[in-house]
Design a binder for this molecule. Sequence first.
Ligand code: KIV
Length: 276
Amino acid sequence: MSSAPSPKAHRVTTRTLREMKERGEKIAVLTCYDHLFGSLLDKTAIDVILVGDSLGQVILGYDSTLPVTLDEMIHHSRAVRRAISKALLVVDLPFLSYQISDEDALRNAGRVLKETGAEAVKLEGGDAATVSRVRALVNAGIPVMGHLGLTPQALHRFGGYRVQGRGAEQAEAIKTAATGLDEAGCFSLVLELVPAELAGEISRAVDMPTIGIGAGAECDGQVLVLPDMLGLNPGFTPKFLRRFGSLAGEVSLAVDDYIKAVKDGGYPSQEESYGD
Ligand code: KIV
């Protein structure tokens, strides 16, 4: 039986991730949206915690990431920050908080760092405008994680959540974008829903560590959405998702037991009640 990796002795920085890539040590990333789960993650050896704009679907009940506001991201990130002592904390810039201009991106990313205490931001895309945003943020001292492949903020352009980079032309476009983000100074790159072979090629071609989700085993690390990997979201069943727990079932059983105990008078017992 393998033992659990020990919790981290030191804070993880963007430089730590670069060194891990150089050593060939895989990087483990999870999303998180609140203080309760942040406190549980803080007791583990997780390397990076991402307050993703998946917040919108997973926690807030929106049907995509598009409605998520910067204020919502900041509110949840502050709660996570209060729990996290070692992992690198990265916060997603939500839709339309960076697309308009470099100045807007800088103002909004600056708010994230100042108001949440996160160490870095993530943004989606790799066209010339996005590369310009990355340069503006990096020049101002704000570390940026890129995100290519299926970028959920462009959901309506893609016409659905589907694998990106199949076929030579699309694959070439993603490779070119990855190189552009690497040169612009991204410290890391999420590759979402791209063929494993393409993700491997990109991972070998760029200096920054790549973090895959539905992008095969050759990325420098992996990210999963925390409630999905814990099995709290049983209706979501993409091919790439491995469930490392089945907490939805545990929650139902516990709540059923509680209801039964309340209804039949078994809870609270005398031991669970206060005397005079
Ligand atoms: O918003 C998010 O959770 C993400 C991860 C899936 C990478 O962007």
